[in-house]
Design a protein around this ligand. Structure first.
Ligand code: GLN
Length: 444
């Protein structure tokens, strides 16, 4: 059924960079045979899943949306891929993304944009736009994305699906092509909170191959627990104010809905969140400028030959990286350079600590926080490409949880006048992912 859906709609949506339903059918048959032989096939038995193309799978091409990796085939699998397969999952392909996960619309992919299944003239969000579109268009039941500053939650919101960014350290990053290592987390996309929670339980738990993986067990949550009676829910004033009228109305409706379920809803001012976007766009490019140094024409993918090694590297990186990636490398290198480092990078890290204190203060009085996931619904293709700062502003509500490491989820909650989906974000303190999922279920 998923394959038939792909045949009809994928040519227009372009969610995938690599699609292999032959391999998926073989794999499904093997899972089926295991069931018939009396083996427990695992919690994802036979479930089709799409993988963002910055997560590696042995023997499968991985591009991260970049020409610099075109044609590169990974010799190993990410821990999350191993866990999906061990749980019986059926991988259908690798999904499109903004180059190296840098963007909010999937328009920065070197291989052309993905389109929003709800309206093909609009973006699916990004950077995990292919994964969000794949679940929204029913090309797969589940998908994996990565979220450095909102790249799971914002596309989930724009495509009308559930997307979870778990607590930093909950899911191994081994085999995720690094963008900003102190912010990156892999997480699930699904049509429902319970499906996302089931995938989260499979993905999470300690992995010795990632030094930042926390020595904890998997994140398990009770699918029947959706009870927020007696909870205090905070609406973050500064983020509510970023919303356009339709999104603001949905946030208001979500607050009233939680009240009807017995929660008390209060407005919470966290002035520190106003500085999060600026801090993010220093820290993320700084880490990216270091992480992307490995793409040098020697080790992976593209090489543009030249007379000297230096000239080869310059020619390879000039041809292989797109404009946004070059912009981030320049911004990051500048922010880390002698003379500017203290004023930019070190200051941004101070803002990060200050933001964590602001959120901790808020969480002393509330169980969860709710915000818009994105200030707007899906925008038109091309609308923000010429204005990087307008694109960056798409992330204003999502970057705080990356900077502090806490969990956040986007849940679909209604539509605007053009029938475009709206998402509500639920945030919780670090390691309270299960608490966050209770509130997310209550919003469904
Ligand atoms: N849109 C943000 C950026 O461009 C976040 C991307 C992400 O989470 N990978 O950096």
């Amino acid at each position: 059924a998923y394959e038939a859906q792909v045949a009809v709609e994928e040519p227009e949506v372009h969610a995938f960079l690599h699609l292999d339903f032959d391999a998926a059918r073989r794999r499904a048959a093997a899972v089926d045979a295991a069931v018939r032989a009396g083996h427990d096939p695992g919690p994802l038995a036979g479930v089709p899943i799409a993988i963002k193309d910055n997560i590696v799978q042995e023997g499968v091409p991985t591009t991260a949306g970049s020409r610099i990796l075109e044609g590169w085939v990974s010799p190993y699998s990410a821990t999350v891929v191993d866990r999906v397969l061990a749980a019986g999952g059926v991988i259908v392909g690798k999904t499109n993304l903004d180059e190296f996960a840098m963007g909010s619309s999937t328009e920065n992919s070197a291989f052309g944009p993905t389109r929003n299944p709800h309206d093909l003239d609009r973006v699916p969000g990004g950077s995990s736009g292919g994964s969000a579109a794949a679940v929204a268009a029913r090309f797969s039941a589940l998908a994996l994305g990565s979220d450095t500053g909102g790249s799971i939650r914002q596309p989930a919101s724009l495509c009308g699906v559930v997307g979870v960014k778990p607590t930093y350290g909950a899911i191994s990053r081994y085999g995720l092509i690094a963008f900003a290592s102190s912010l990156d987390q892999i997480g699930p996309f699904a049509a429902t909170v319970d499906d996302a929670a089931a995938l989260l339980a499979v993905l999470s738990g300690h992995d010795p191959r990632d030094a930042t993986s926390a020595p904890r067990g998997p994140i398990v949550s009770d699918p029947s627990d959706r009870d927020v009676a007696g909870w205090t829910v905070g609406v973050v004033t500064e983020l509510a104010e970023t919303a356009d009228p339709a999104v603001a109305a949905a946030l208001e409706a979500a607050a009233r809905h939680l009240e009807r379920l017995g929660a008390s809803v209060v407005s919470v001012s966290i002035p520190e969140v106003a500085a999060a976007l600026a801090a993010y766009y220093v820290v993320a490019p700084a880490e990216a400028s270091s992480n992307l140094a490995r793409f040098d024409g020697v080790r992976y993918g593209l090489r543009v030959e030249a007379l000297t090694t230096d000239e080869m590297m310059v020619a390879t990186r000039s041809a292989g990286f797109g404009d946004e990636v070059k912009r981030r490398i320049m911004l990051g290198t500048y922010a880390l350079s002698a003379g500017y480092r203290d004023a930019l990078y070190v200051q941004a890290q101070r803002v990060r600590t200050w933001l964590a204190a602001g959120l901790a203060r808020a969480f002393a009085d509330v169980d969860v926080l709710i915000t818009p996931t994105s200030p707007t619904t899906a925008f038109r293709l091309g609308e923000r490409v010429a204005d990087p700062v307008a694109m960056y502003r798409s992330d204003v509500c999502t970057v705080p949880s990356n900077l502090v490491g806490g969990p956040a989820v986007s849940v679909p909650f209604g539509y605007d006048a053009d029938r475009l989906p709206i998402g509500i974000q639920v945030m919780a303190p670090a390691w309270e992912d299960a608490r966050m999922l209770v509130a997310a279920r209550a919003l469904e």
